[in-house]
Design a protein around this ligand. Structure first.
Ligand SMILES: Cc1cc2nc3c(=O)[nH]c(=O)nc-3n(C[C@H](O)[C@H](O)[C@H](O)COP(=O)(O)O)c2cc1C
Length: 249
């Protein structure tokens, strides 16, 4: 099973919780036999869709831009059985880098107008890869992902291609030692999710419950810790990354 894992986080290493979660998902998928390529979109040149519809008219299926999307990513994406869209939650939705990528997949549909269950849609020109969305958020409530999930299901549910939605709230604590036991279980469940996607084409409710499990019992505990960190950053004039580096010596 060919998998293209796209990571749109601008951050890297343990600072990026998108990357942390994606690493575990990919590990599980590889263990189950998938062939996975991870692409960091921050390193790629992806121009904005210009809305010219050249890809629908003059060169059907081919975008007018000459950039990494046209020359490298789009052909790989078309060949993939599954694409993972891994994005940090920004303003309660995917970030702009991921949105730019998705908008550039317009050539995969034809311009024609059809109707299904009262909704207008464009028919697919080519096979669309199955999709697994992965997102992480700073806030602790699972409902911060409601808008993203509604969007995912509205846009892609109609094509029946969504094989997973992995949403992890309170993700900024995933690299802290205080919650090791729960975090290890979240990571191992994320690996399990990867295996299930490859083996069963879906993620079981038990695995999802482990991925989204609460990390702190009382939100105030998290507010206190977070607010102390921000106060210290402001006082010392440090970004969170610089602050953590200073703490670690
Ligand atoms: C521009 C911006 C917008 C954000 N918006 C939200 C948000 O709407 N809800 C939320 O819970 N967290 C929000 N966050 C926090 C990020 O989702 C969180 O820091 C996450 O870990 C980022 O992913 P990364 O670690 O891979 O960079 C936002 C962060 C940034 C920088």
């Amino acid at each position: 099973m060919k998998t293209l894992a796209l990571n749109s986080s601008p951050r890297t290493g343990i600072q990026s919780k998108t990357e942390l979660m994606l690493d575990h998902l990919v590990t599980g998928m590889k263990e189950a036999g998938a062939e996975v390529e991870v692409v960091n979109l921050r390193k790629k040149k992806i121009n904005s869709c210009m809305g010219c519809f050249t890809c629908w008219t003059k060169t059907p299926g081919k975008c007018i831009h000459e950039d990494d999307m046209t020359n490298e990513l789009y052909p790989k994406w078309l060949e993939a059985d599954i694409a993972i869209y891994a994005t940090p939650l920004y303003h309660y939705t995917m970030n702009a880098t991921m949105k730019a990528f998705i908008e550039r997949t317009l050539p995969v549909v034809e311009p024609f107008l059809r109707e299904r269950e009262g909704n207008t849609y464009h028919p697919l020109r080519q096979k669309h890869p199955k999709l697994c969305f992965l997102s992480v958020a700073g806030f602790p409530e699972p409902q911060v992902f409601n808008q993203l999930s509604a969007w995912v299901n509205f846009v892609y549910g109609q094509y029946g291609i969504v094989v997973g939605e992995i949403y992890r709230p309170l993700a900024e604590v995933l690299d802290l030692p205080f919650f090791r036991e729960k975090v290890d279980d979240i990571f191992s469940a994320t690996e399990q999710a990867g295996k299930e996607i490859v083996q069963a084409g879906k993620i079981s409710p038990e695995t999802m419950a482990r991925i989204t499990q609460p990390i702190v019992d009382d939100k105030k505990e998290f507010y206190e810790m977070g607010n102390k960190m921000w106060e210290a950053c402001i006082e010392k004039g440090l970004t969170p990354k610089e602050f953590m580096e200073q703490l670690e010596g």
